[in-house]
Ligand binder design. Structure first.
Ligand SMILES: Cc1cc2nc3c(=O)[nH]c(=O)nc-3n(C[C@H](O)[C@H](O)[C@H](O)COP(=O)(O)O)c2cc1C
Length: 328
């Protein structure tokens, strides 16, 4: 897939997830097969730009190109300013969030709440596209609620405003994360516009990726939650889409080593105090479904020290590997 001047290595995109897709996780997913990884959203409120959180979100050192940074807000001038600020800080693609259902975001009429006001959508898109000379992409839901699925109208507005790719989560704003994603609106959007369309929502396996691509005709797929604790999923999907093969998850020894590397990169990025805390949720995802996982997670959540957290995690996986070895 191509976004402006950038030819991606494949059509697999890591979804932006606040609190998850920090630089270490984006780098990991890209190393393991994602063609593009969108950053966590950055507020368009410039009062927040000096904060530690926003500074970290704008840190792209060593990150693969193209670097896509997501911005969120409801004021065209502020969004334009946020786009310029992030391009000055290394963003090579600006992604606009009109997909987030979070109350914190929607109460200020940003994120998916904007889908209700098509005029405002157009003003924001025009302002941002006009403010920067990098490609601007947009992420939406299928509409405001099941009775107002205006995704096709929004997609046409986006195309007219110069948006260069459109990601669509197959739920409405009102659906939150409930029910199953629907792909009919995504297919209708793909048929209505010429810009690349990225299908998103509930894609968890290589087979689902294939089916969603075929059903919607989309140019690419975006994966969010299924990559948590399973960043190698992108490699499995990539292989399946290219060859039809269905590879198993990597062996536990490989998972252990890439997880320990991931933890080290979190400590380096956040510092030890914050790093240990951020690492907890990733460790929890990696160990989900493994025997003894619940007791292990309790111990990890109590632990405040880097060396101890690493040792606990390594021991847990070493014991799993030993068990599998004995069972073989
Ligand atoms: C923890 C979490 C944080 C998210 N943060 C964002 C965000 O910052 N911006 C955004 O556009 N979507 C955000 N989303 C939505 C995802 O990008 C994606 O659209 C959604 O999870 C559906 O895809 P999935 O079924 O593959 O997870 C978030 C989702 C989750 C679970």
């Amino acid at each position: 897939m191509r976004i402006g001047p950038y030819q991606l290595k494949n059509n697999l995109v890591l979804a932006p997830m606040a609190g998850v897709t920090d630089r270490p996780f984006r780098q990991l997913c890209r190393r393991l097969g994602a063609g593009l990884a969108v950053s966590e959203m950055v507020s368009s409120n410039s009062l927040l730009w000096g904060s530690e959180k926003t500074r970290r979100r704008a840190d792209h050192e060593g990150e693969d190109e193209p670097r896509s940074v997501q911005i969120v807000g409801a004021d065209p001038a502020m969004m334009a300013e946020a786009a310029r600020y992030n391009v000055d800080n290394g963003a090579q693609i600006i992604d606009i969030n009109m997909g987030c259902p979070a109350k914190k975001i929607c109460n200020v009429m940003a994120g998916s709440a904007l889908l209700r006001d098509e005029g405002l959508v157009a003003r924001i898109l025009e302002a941002v596209v006009g403010a920067v000379d990098v490609p601007v992409t947009l992420k939406i839901r299928t509409g405001w609620d099941p009775a107002h699925r205006n995704g096709v109208t929004i997609a046409r507005i986006a195309e007219d405003c110069g948006i260069q790719a459109l990601a669509v989560h197959g739920r409405t704003r009102a659906c939150g994360f409930r029910g199953e994603a629907e792909y009919d609106t995504i297919a209708a959007i793909k048929a209505a516009v010429r810009i690349p369309v990225i299908a998103n929502g509930d894609i968890r396996t290589p087979g689902q990726a294939r089916r969603v691509l075929d059903y919607t005709g989309a140019d690419a797929i975006m994966i969010g939650r299924a990559a948590q604790g399973r960043p190698w999923l992108f490699g499995l999907v990539d292989r399946h889409l290219r060859t039809g093969e269905r590879l198993p998850d990597p062996p536990l020894t490989v998972i252990r080593d890439l997880m320990l590397d991931h933890l080290e990169s979190l400590y380096a990025f956040y510092g030890e105090y914050v790093g240990v805390r951020i690492a907890r949720k990733h460790i929890s995802w990696y160990s989900k479904g493994q025997p003894g996982g619940a007791a292990f997670r309790q111990a990890v959540n109590r632990c405040e020290d880097v060396t101890e957290q690493l040792a606990l995690t390594r021991d847990f996986f070493d014991r799993l590997i030993e068990r599998v070895g004995l069972a073989a």
